[in-house]
Write a protein that binds this ligand. Sequence first.
Ligand code: NAD
Ligand code: UGA
Length: 464
Amino acid sequence: MKFKKKILCIGAGYVGGPSMAMLAYKCPDYKVTVVDMNFERIDAWNSQDLPVYEPGLNKIVKKARGKNLFFAKDIEKQIKEADIIFVSVNTPTKTFGAGAGMAADLQYWEKTARQILENSYSPKIVIEKSTLPVKTALAMEKILSSPSGKIRFDVLSNPEFLAEGTAVQDLENPDRVLIGSHETRNGLKARQELVNIYSRWVPKEKIITSNIWSSELSKLVANAFLAQRVSSINSISALCEKTDADISEVAKAVGMDSRVGDKFLQAGIGFGGSCFKKDILNLVYLCSYYGLQEVADYWESVVKINEYQQDRFIANILRSMFNTLAGKRICILGFAFKANTGDTRESPAIYIARKLLGEHAEVVISDPKALKNAESDLADVKGDVKYIEDPYLAASGSHAIAILTDWDLYRRLDFRKIYRSMIKPAFLFDGRNIVDHRKCFGIGFNVYPIGKPALSHLHTANGN
Ligand code: NAD
Ligand code: UGA
């Protein structure tokens, strides 16, 4: 088949794989190839066992793979042939040198830019899909200004807003698609080409365009605002625990104000995932760089509250279990940073499990999709840690259960059966407020939700 255009995506991760699968599925007349320097990942994308777990993804990949969707290893050849290149490589927080712990590490990004330059013999549109500091396109353009100046590169910014666990529905029906470009004749022409691609399945009014710097910055700010809501509600959950107010009731009352809205007001053990923390720190670094210290401090507090929330959760476990966890078996239900993904990057569960092991607890970890990642996240820790997928087996013989991921299956567990198999007094720490606390208390558990009064038989017995 003769394809209208050849699209390449460099980076076959959580963003590159699903977003290109959707593009190929919606645009059968475009050839879409995804490459990665990690060949194991490419093999997995070509197998039955995709490297990323996302509800609905298998179906889309199967429909397009081998027809107009390809996962390939010959990066240089693919660059040569492509008309449009998305760059979706990782942009983690820098761990060394200037800006360590704050700024984005752009080494993968820059390597890609150089690779594109070295292997290009025809004009190309290069699209930033990775999340990048504002003004990165400038650096990209400087690298791509080829020595001979004969090849035209138009750089666009098209940040991705998908959330893990709902990637397929977010890609198929996004709240908005953002495309930033220079507002020059060539920039606008390139922008229109990308608008035309998305128009195949996204309503026109949801495709918004802007100047390239607004587009880059909007992505960081969108994540910062979302994370800020989580930290806001979590900070209030601490106050609820001191005052016998109930965080769910407060969130409902606040969220019903249409100016505030009811989403992202679920209190818990704090946000995880590969992006919120890194993107806020990146924003903080940018603000400091431009001398806006007050603004930097304001956004940094969002990350500090997130750390505080995890420490509070651990302190609560320790205090409730008579200030010692040594030799006690604690079952962690859920290790992924949120439900419906196997991703554990920056999952609060990593920090919490390490702290519990530091207290010499025996830790049993259960998760329907994230056990392999959990094992590698904790590979270096000393201590007694087991990985058991079946939640009933995992909980059996435990002194306490800590729910750390909001998997739906945990709402439906038979807690009576679990209670019977546990050491008494049995504790339940619901780090996501997802189970029926009164019911579990009725069964016999001492229940510790987030931002709600604890339901403890021990307190009642002591008259406290
Ligand atoms: P990821 O780590 O899952 O995937 C990135 C891939 O790029 C890796 O497989 C890596 O091997 C590959 N890579 C790096 N340098 C390369 C090079 N020079 N040549 C070829 N391959 C190379 O990362 P991700 O989660 O897909 O995130 C990618 C970007 O998208 C980040 O900037 C992230 O902030 C942003 N983002 C992520 C999400 C998400 O939900 N994960 C959502 C929106 C935006
Ligand atoms: C987030 C954004 O939602 C996406 O728009 C963005 O594209 C993406 O980051 C990114 O840039 O990587 P993601 O991290 O996949 O997506 O998942 P979210 O649903 O945003 O959840 C993030 C964390 O916040 C999770 O740990 C979740 O459990 C927590 N959270 C979320 C809460 O604790 N309470 C809430 O009310 C909502």
